[in-house]
Design a protein around this ligand. Structure first.
Ligand code: SF4
Ligand code: SF4
Length: 127
C-alpha cells in the first residue's frame, strides 16, 4: 500500500516538476532571500517512509553545516536532487514571489498546478 502511494507520489512529482519550474524560473533568478538553506533540507518521517518504500536511500544531511547557510544540495543551477528525491516541503513551499507568479499565470495552468499539488499533499499525508 505504502509502496503504491509512494510510486504515485513520485510519478506526480516527476510529471509536474516542469510546471513548477515555469514559476520558479520567473521568481527565483532575482531572489535576494533564497529559501534553500541547510535547515530546510530536513527529511521528515514521511519523507523517509516515502524514499524507503521506493527502495531509495535517504540523502545524508550534513549536520555540521550552519542551519542558515546555503543548503548542501544547492548546485550552480539550483537543487542537485531531482524533485522526487527532495524533502516534500521543498515542493510544497510557495513563497510570496512564487504565489504572485502563480497568480499572474493563465488560470488553466495555475488550476492544473494547484490540483496536482493538492493530490501530492493527499498522497504524502497517506504515507
Ligand atoms: S522559491 Fe521563493 S524564496 Fe526560494 S529562491 Fe525562489 S523566489 Fe526565492
Ligand atoms: S530544494 Fe534542494 S537545495 Fe533547496 S532546500 Fe530543498 S533540498 Fe535543499
Amino acid at each position: 500500500m505504502r509502496n503504491s502511494t509512494a510510486e504515485k507520489l513520485k510519478r506526480l512529482l516527476i510529471e509536474h516538476s516542469h510546471l513548477i519550474e515555469e514559476y520558479t524560473a520567473v521568481a527565483c533568478p532575482d531572489c535576494t532571500d533564497v529559501c534553500c538553506r541547510q535547515k530546510h533540507c530536513l527529511f521528515r518521517e514521511k519523507d523517509i517512509v516515502y524514499l524507503t518504500a521506493l527502495g531509495k536511500e535517504v540523502p545524508v544531511r550534513n549536520e555540521t553545516l550552519p542551519p542558515d547557510g546555503p543548503c548542501q544540495f544547492m548546485g550552480r543551477a539550483g537543487c542537485s536532487l531531482p524533485r522526487w528525491r527532495r524533502p516534500f516541503r521543498c515542493t510544497w513551499y510557495f513563497c510570496e514571489p512564487l504565489l504572485s507568479a502563480l497568480h499572474d499565470a493563465p488560470a488553466r495552468r495555475s488550476r492544473e498546478l494547484s490540483k496536482a499539488l493538492q493530490k501530492m499533499a493527499d498522497l504524502y499525508g497517506e504515507l
